[in-house]
Design a protein around this ligand. Structure first.
Ligand code: SER
Length: 915
C-alpha cells in the first residue's frame, strides 16, 4: 500500500515530468485580498496570473496547497466529521497552465490536462478504469454559455461515452467567489463501492448525489472568464488550466479505505485521541465517532492557521478559527465525556506528521500548543458559565409558574407525562429560542450544544428548543451587522489598459503619473473611491507598515489620499472624491513628515527584533507588528520578559542608533538571503527574489518590503512604552522612536517628574524617595486615625447606654452624636443592639452640614407597636431633614439637606412611643 507521502510525491514527480515547476504552498491565511480570508483553492495564489494583472514566472506549475473551506462561497464546516470525506483544512494537489497569448506553446489546455489526469490516475496510481466517471459542462443558455464539447471529445479518447456525464453550472462551472476568474470544469469521480453493490446500482446514477462511496476526487477547470460585480462574464485575454485534486480523498481511494479518516493521514491523530479519552474509535455514525473525526480534522485547521500567523480572536479570520476550535471542544465535551483541554495535546502528533512537507508546524509546535490550550481553557470556562445560565433560566420559569399557581416542573423526572407542558405561556419552549441565541451570541455556544444540553440535563423530558425564534434572532443580528459593515464595491472603470502599478516610493515621494482605473465603494451609505495609478510613490499597507497618505493633484484640483492598501498586487489609493478630470496627468505626493515618522518606527522594529533575539533568545519569533507614525507595536512568541531584560533590549537598540549604522537594502535570491541568516516570517509569501534589509550583517538581516530610514542615527532615540501579554505565549512591546519618542519622553516622563519635584520640593533622585515617605506616612496616619475613631465611638457608646429612657415599656435612646460618617452611626446601632431589649434607638449627626439619621428597632417592637424603621424614616424623619432614606424593617438610615432640625427628629420618634 502506498503511503500518503509517496502518493503526494508521485503527483509532483508526474507533473515535473510534464514540464511543470514545483512551487510552495501559499500561506493558508490570506492578507491582501478583501474578498477572501483563507486560501480555499490551489488557484487563489495565481489569481493575478489568470486575470492578467501579473505575468507568471513559469508557464506550468504544480504544488500541494494548504486550503481551508469554512467561510464564504466554499464552506463545508457543518458536513465535516458527520460524513467521512469533507474537511476544514485539506491539501489540494494541483497543476496549472498560465496561458500567454504571445507564447501559446509554453502552456496547454483541455487536451493535455484531461489526458494527463487520466494517465496519472489509471497508469501511475492504478485506479481501475471502470471505477471512474467524469462530468462535463452541459452549457447554460441563461449565461450564454455553450456545452463544453471539446472536453467531451477529449474524454471520449479515454473513457466510454456512458461514463461521460453532463453537468450543470452548479457542479461544472467553477468560480472562486462572487467575482473573479472562472470557467467550465470537468470533474473526475471514483466509485469505491463493493463489486456487489456496483452490480446492483450503476455508479453513473450516484455521481454528484452525496453518496459517501461515490466521490469527486479531481476537478479540471478551464479558466476563460472574469465574473464582474454586475454578474456578467468578461472573457480573459488568455485561457488557463487550474486543476485541484483532494489529496485526502485520493489517499483514501488508493489505500482502499471507505473513509478519509481510516487513512494514514488521520489514524495517528485518532489513535492519540482514543488514548487521551480512553475510548476506542468505532468508525460508525455514532456521535462519539463523529466527535473523533471532528477533532482529528479540526486540529489540523487550527494548527495550520496559527502556524501561518492567525491567532484565534473575536473578529474576521481569527473568529473563524475560534469557531472551529469551539466546535471541536463541544464535541469532546458532549460526546466523549472529556471536560479538560484536549486539542493542544494533539499538536505534536500533527506537527510530526507534516514535518517534511510543512515544517512550519513542527518549528512552532510549542507555541501552537500554548495558544490552543489557552483557547480551550477559556471556552471550557465559558461553557460552565453558560450551563449556569441555563439553570437560571429554568429556575426563572419555575418561579414564574409558582407565582401563577401552576404545578412545578419535575426536574430530572423519568416520566415525561408527569409534566404539564405546552398548555400555557409559561412552558419554557417559548423562551428557549431567545435563550439559545443569547448563549450563542454572548457565550459562544453553538446552537446544537444548547439543544443537547437542554434536552439532556436541565429537565427530564425531551425538551425541544424553539428553533424558529432562534433563527429569527440570528437573522436580526445578521441584518444589523450587515448594515454596519456592508461594503458595496462597483466594478473597475478602466482608463488605461495597463494592469501593473509600479511602486517608486522607495526612492521618491512625488511623481507624475496617470490614473489607470478607479471604482466606487459604498460603506454604511457613505461613498468613497479607489484609484489605481500607473506608477505611485504611495506605500500600500503591508508587513505591518501602514499605508501612506498624501495628495493627488489633477490640474488645479487636489484630491486627498486617506489610505493606501494592497489588493493582491494592486496598489489601491483611497479617496473621498474623484476629480473632474480624472484622465489628465496627476502629481502623486506622499505626506513626507508622516512617512518619515513611519520609517523611523519600521527601522526601529528591526533593531528591536534583533535585540530581543540577543537578550531573550533566538526562539523569539515575530507574531505580528504594526508600524505607524505614532509608534510601533511588536508581537512575539516568548514567555514573560523581565524588567531587566526590557532595559537591556532598550539599551542595545539605543546603542545601535548611536552607532549610526547605514541601512542597506538589497535584492537577492531567497537562498542567498537565508544563507546570510535573514529572518523570514511564518505565513508570509516570498518569491524567489527577495528584498533584504541589512542593518550591519552581524546584527539584523530581515526579509522586508517596507520603507526605512537611511541610517540608524535618524532614529535619534528609542523608548519602550509598554510590555504586555496578548495571548498564551505571545508578548507585545510598544515603543517609540525619533520625534514621537522625544514627545513621549516629555509628556509622560520629564514633565510629570518636574511637577513631582516641585510638589515635593526635592531635587531629582530625592523626589521619589520623598513620595515614598509621604505614602508611608499617610498609611501610618490612617491607622492611628482609625484607632482614634474607634476609641471615640466606644466613648459615645458608653455614654449612650447611660441615657436609656423607658417609655411605655420600650427602652428608648435618642441622641445627637458627634461622628464623621454614616457607617459610624450604623456601627453604634449594631453595638447597642447587643446590650438592649425592647428598644428603639434614633441617632442623629450633623456631618459636614448635612443631616444623617439612623433608626434601630427591636424586632419585637416592630410587631407590638406596629412600627417599621423605613416607615419612620420616610414618614417622620425625611420631611424634617429635607431628604430621604430607607433600609430594613429593623434598621434604616436617612440623609437630608437640613441639619437644623435634628433635635425635632429625636422628639418626633420619641413621640411615636408615647401613645
Ligand atoms: N479551482 C478548482 C477547485 O478548487 C480546481 O483547482 O476545485
Amino acid at each position: 500500500m502506498m503511503t500518503s507521502a509517496e502518493i503526494r510525491k508521485k503527483f509532483l514527480d508526474f507533473f515535473v515530468s510534464k514540464g511543470h515547476t514545483i512551487v510552495p504552498s501559499a500561506p493558508i491565511v490570506i492578507k491582501n485580498d478583501p474578498t477572501l480570508k483563507f486560501t480555499n483553492a490551489g488557484m487563489n495564489q495565481f489569481k493575478d496570473y489568470f486575470l492578467g494583472n501579473r505575468k507568471a514566472p513559469y508557464p506550468r506549475v504544480c504544488d500541494t496547497q494548504k486550503c481551508l473551506r469554512v467561510s464564504g462561497k466554499h464552506n463545508d464546516l457543518e458536513e465535516v466529521g458527520v460524513d467521512t470525506y469533507h474537511h476544514t483544512m485539506f491539501e489540494m494537489l494541483g497543476n496549472w497552465s498560465f496561458g500567454d497569448p504571445a507564447n501559446p506553446a509554453a502552456g496547454y489546455f483541455k487536451k493535455e490536462a484531461i489526458g494527463w489526469s487520466w494517465e496519472l490516475l489509471t497508469e501511475v496510481y492504478g485506479i481501475p478504469k471502470d471505477r471512474l466517471y467524469v462530468t462535463v459542462f452541459e452549457g447554460d443558455p441563461g449565461e450564454g454559455l455553450l456545452a463544453d464539447k471539446e472536453s467531451s471529445e477529449e474524454w471520449s479518447k479515454w473513457i466510454g461515452a456512458e461514463r461521460i456525464l453532463p453537468g450543470k453550472k452548479k457542479d461544472n462551472f467553477w468560480e472562486m467567489g462572487d467575482t473573479g476568474p472562472c470557467g467550465p470544469c470537468t470533474e473526475i469521480h471514483v466509485d469505491c463501492r463493493t463489486d456487489a453493490e456496483r452490480l446492483l446500482i450503476n455508479g453513473a446514477a450516484l455521481v454528484n448525489n452525496d453518496h459517501p462511496q461515490v466521490i469527486e476526487i479531481w476537478n479540471d477547470v478551464f479558466i476563460e472568464f472574469n465574473r464582474l460585480k454586475d454578474g456578467s462574464l468578461q472573457p480573459l485575454p488568455a485561457r488557463h488550466v487550474d486543476t485541484g485534486m483532494g489529496f485526502e480523498r485520493l489517499v483514501r481511494v488508493l489505500q482502499g479505505k471507505h473513509s478519509n479518516y481510516d487513512t494514514d493521514l488521520f489514524m495517528g491523530t485518532i489513535a492519540a485521541i482514543g488514548k487521551i479519552v480512553r475510548k476506542a474509535y468505532a468508525a460508525d455514525d455514532s456521535k462519539a465517532s463523529v466527535a473523533f473525526r471532528v477533532i482529528a480534522d479540526h486540529i489540523r485547521a487550527i494548527s495550520f492557521t496559527i502556524a501561518d500567523g492567525q491567532l484565534p480572536s473575536n473578529t474576521d479570520a481569527g473568529y473563524v478559527i475560534r469557531r472551529i476550535l469551539r466546535r471541536a471542544v463541544r464535541y469532546y465535551y458532549s460526546y466523549l465525556d472529556y471536560k479538560q483541554p484536549l486539542l493542544f495535546q494533539l499538536v505534536p502528533v500533527v506537527a510530526g506528521q507534516f514535518k517534511d512537507v510543512f515544517p512550519e508546524l513542527h518549528q512552532q509546535a510549542d507555541f501552537i500548543s500554548k495558544v490552543v490550550k489557552e483557547e480551550e481553557e477559556a471556552f471550557l470556562r465559558t461553557l460552565e458559565k453558560g450551563l449556569k445560565k441555563i439553570d437560571e433560566f429554568f429556575q426563572e420559569i419555575r418561579d414564574l409558574r409558582q407565582k401563577n399557581g401552576l404545578p412545578e416542573y419535575k426536574m430530572y423526572s423519568d416520566d415525561p407525562d408527569s409534566i404539564d407542558k405546552g398548555s400555557n405561556e409559561l412552558y419554557p419552549f417559548d423562551f428557549s429560542g431567545k435563550l439559545a441565541f443569547e448563549l450563542y451570541d454572548t457565550y459562544g455556544f453553538p446552537f446544537d450544544l444548547t439543544k443537547l444540553i437542554l434536552s439532556q440535563n436541565s429537565i427530564g423530558f425531551d425538551f425541544k428548543i424553539d428553533e424558529k425564534s432562534f433563527d429569527m434572532e440570528m437573522q436580526r443580528q445578521k441584518t444589523r451587522s450587515r448594515a454596519a459593515t456592508a461594503l458595496d464595491t462597483e466594478d473597475w472603470i478602466v482608463l488605461i489598459d495597463n494592469p501593473l502599478t509600479e511602486f517608486v516610493g522607495y526612492d521618491m515621494l512625488e511623481i507624475n503619473s496617470k490614473v489607470v482605473k478607479y471604482r466606487k465603494i459604498k460603506t454604511k451609505g457613505k461613498e468613497s473611491w479607489q484609484l489605481v495609478l500607473e506608477a505611485t510613490p504611495f506605500y500600500a499597507e503591508s508587513g505591518g507598515q501602514v499605508g501612506d497618505t498624501g495628495i493627488l493633484q489633477f490640474d488645479q484640483e487636489i484630491v486627498e489620499v486617506t489610505d493606501t492598501k494592497k489588493e493582491n498586487d494592486l496598489i489601491v489609493h483611497f479617496t473621498d472624491k474623484i476629480p473632474l478630470n480624472i484622465d489628465t496627468e496627476v502629481i502623486a505626493k506622499v505626506n513626507p513628515d508622516k512617512r518619515k515618522a513611519i520609517e523611523a518606527h519600521h527601522s526601529a522594529t528591526h533593531l528591536l527584533h534583533a535585540a530581543l533575539r540577543k537578550v531573550i533568545g533566538t526562539h523569539v519569533a515575530q507574531k505580528g507588528s504594526l508600524v505607524n507614525e505614532e509608534h510601533l507595536r511588536f508581537d512575539f512568541s516568548s514567555s514573560t520578559v523581565s524588567d531587566d531584560e526590557l532595559k537591556k533590549v532598550e539599551t542595545i537598540v539605543n546603542e545601535k542608533i548611536r552607532e549610526n549604522i547605514p541601512i542597506v537594502i538589497k535584492e537577492m535570491h531567497k537562498d542567498e538571503a537565508i544563507k546570510m541568516g535573514a529572518m523570514a516570517l511564518f505565513g508570509e509569501k516570498y518569491g524567489n527574489i527577495v528584498r533584504v534589509v541589512i542593518i550591519d550583517p552581524n546584527y539584523s538581516v530581515e526579509l522586508c518590503g517596507g520603507t526605512h530610514v537611511g541610517r540608524t542615527g535618524d532614529l535619534g532615540f528609542f523608548i519602550i512604552t509598554q510590555e504586555t501579554a496578548i495571548a498564551a505565549g505571545v508578548r507585545r512591546i510598544e515603543a517609540k522612536a525619533a520625534k514621537a519618542a522625544f514627545e513621549y519622553l516629555h509628556e509622560y516622563l520629564v514633565d510629570p517628574f518636574e511637577k513631582i519635584k516641585k510638589i515635593t520640593k526635592r531635587k531629582s533622585k530625592d523626589a521619589p524617595i520623598a513620595v515614598e515617605g509621604f505614602i508611608a506616612e499617610i498609611s501610618e496616619l490612617k491607622k492611628s486615625l482609625e484607632k482614634m475613631e474607634l476609641r471615640q465611638l466606644k466613648d459615645i457608646y458608653t455614654k449612650l447606654l447611660g441615657k436609656v429612657q423607658l417609655i411605655n415599656g420600650v427602652s428608648f435612646i435618642g441622641e445627637i452624636v458627634d461622628v464623621d460618617n454614616v457607617e459610624a452611626l450604623k456601627k453604634l446601632c449594631f453595638d447597642l443592639k447587643n446590650e438592649l431589649k425592647d428598644y428603639v434607638v434614633v441617632l442623629a449627626a450633623n456631618i459636614g452640614g448635612k443631616a444623617n439619621v439612623a433608626v434601630l428597632l427591636d424586632e419585637k417592637v416592630t410587631e407590638t407597636r406596629n412600627l417599621q424603621a423605613p416607615t419612620i424614616v420616610k414618614e417622620h424623619i425625611a420631611p424634617l431633614i429635607r431628604g430621604g432614606g430607607g433600609g430594613q424593617k429593623t434598621l434604616a438610615t436617612a440623609g437630608g439637606q437640613d441639619a437644623s432640625n435634628l433635635p425635632q427628629v429625636i422628639e418626633r420618634v420619641k413621640s411615636l412611643l408615647k401613645n
